[in-house]
Design a protein around this ligand. Structure first.
Ligand SMILES: [Zn+2]
Length: 240
């Protein structure tokens, strides 16, 4: 079967030449296989050209950054809303206080946000949002690093460095011994975080996505296929 290569990701694809279509169309099935429907008179080059053009879309689909479902609307940061954290949604309570800048706390399963008064609604939302994201990034730094350190001895690997940051189109990224994680991973359930962590750590042993690589992942996370699929379907909801 042919494969499309996007960075380290290799996605197998099959082409069906059919009379039912006049344009070349691409879809991704749940087993992560790419299906291409092409009109009978389309050439292999034309098919490859369309795949090449849609690489970004394919990668977003595979990583769960794009789904047919509409993603949740932007938060307004008002009392009664819920904020996602480690796979669960917790109630947000906001309070206007005599403080200089917004401050978020998470205690006993409730998010409490104290904030100064704002003259403009847009300013209120932007400033609170920035502050809330800062809180999450800090938590992600501590929490994900702790989980990484738990799996390092299990895999017997030694990453050069671990970074937790904004990654626009990946949950994790392996680069010559350095590993990067998307801070948004802290919004996912623990088992999903663990899958991504083990996936990236396993790249220290196998840089590709060969069967050897998946065997290593599977030795620690036997149901990795389910977890990967969960991420593909729900990834776009892991946002603030
Ligand atoms: Zn990988």
């Amino acid at each position: 079967m042919k494969e499309v290569h996007i960075g380290q990701v290799h996605i197998p694809y099959s082409v069906e030449w059919t009379d039912r279509t006049e344009t070349i169309g691409i879809s991704l099935d749940p087993s992560m296989e790419l299906k291409v429907n092409a009109p009978r008179d389309a050439t292999t080059e034309e098919v490859e050209e369309v795949i090449e053009k849609k690489k970004k879309w394919i990668l977003d689909k595979v990583n769960g950054f794009k789904e047919e479902e509409t993603p949740p609307r932007d938060k307004e940061f008002l009392s009664g809303e819920k904020l996602l954290f480690k796979g669960r949604r917790y109630l947000l309570k906001t309070e206007q206080r005599n403080v200089k800048s917004p401050e978020l706390r998470f205690k006993k399963g409730v998010f409490k946000l104290e904030h100064p008064s704002y003259r403009k609604e847009q300013q209120r939302r932007e400033e609170i949002r920035e502050n809330v994201l800062h809180w999450y990034k800090e938590k992600a730094g501590n929490h994900l690093t702790e989980r990484v350190n738990r799996y390092i001895p299990e895999l017997g690997v030694e990453p050069q460095s671990i970074h937790i940051r904004d990654l626009p189109r990946n949950w994790g990224k392996y680069e010559n011994g350095d590993i990067h994680f998307n801070w948004r991973l802290v919004l996912a359930p623990q088992r999903i975080q663990d899958y991504v962590i083990v996936h990236e750590l396993a790249h220290l042993e196998h840089q590709d996505h060969s069967q050897f690589f998946w065997n290593t992942v599977g030795s620690i996370i036997p149901d990795y296929e389910d977890r990967r699929e969960w991420l593909r379907i729900n990834g776009n909801k892991l946002n603030i």
